[in-house]
Design a protein around this ligand. Sequence first.
Ligand SMILES: [Zn+2]
Length: 310
Amino acid sequence: MPQHEDLGRGVYCIDADYLRPRLAAIYLVVDNGEAAFIETGTSHSLANALAALAELKLDPGQVRYVIPTHVHLDHAGGASAMMEAFPHAELVIHPRGARHMIDPSALVAASEAVYGKAAFARLYGQIQPVEEQRIRVADDGTRLELGRRQLEFFDTPGHARHHFCIRDATAGGIFTGDTGGFCYDQHKHLEGALLPSTVPTQFEPEALKASFARILGYEPERLFLTHYGEFRDPATQADSFDAWVDRFVDLCRELGPRDSAGERALEHRLGECVRNRLDVDGDNFDGILGGDMRLNAQGLAHWWRREQRD
Ligand SMILES: [Zn+2]
């Protein structure tokens, strides 16, 4: 089995092997002998990235950019490992993410607090600082050349404030990280199956809807979802995506999740809501979407509690 899936027009999808097969993607974009990785997976994902390069007869020295869409660890956790493996690469990151790449200790501590040290090491491995002089900050509107194509960066808050998306007009697509939502293979044929990711700690409903509208405003033929893979005809999701955000927020407001018991109740309600509306098999549901429902409930609860304080 080759490591890479050829999505055409110089875009390849690689499985980061995070938690389960085809949960988190790394993209490789190749143009005229230059390569860029968009998303890094975790430090354990590097072997797959190297194997894909070798399959495509590319040398690590040809990698010009390493581009995590934001600094959540399933996207940026492998950044330092990639920067070590690709000596000529620049790390391209959102202005709010740069300091966490230079000094990842806060990211690591926050994650260790959630998972515990042992589980953290198993999930993410070693995360090292990236040298400041190898980091390029991409503000809204930044364009970078890769071979004969351009990668265009735009700011997309709502999932996280340190999130940008990348437009590749040559590929007819946008790399949407988590701002463009998630949808796994098992659900891509269902109507309205692209779901918003509302994880802790910077979920903002109105900003997320505005960012999604901005993505669709470019009229992409396809999205390159990190979770997971190519998603065609995204314009069909314009109404349903916003409706999901509103529904999740309404359920959260209704429940008012003050504590962890409230979060678990919300997780249950979110799951019920998604299962019913998508009409998906209950037996498989937890295996495919259970983890996302848990994190979405935690992020919604976090947002709601902050809103109560303000
Ligand atoms: Zn994220």
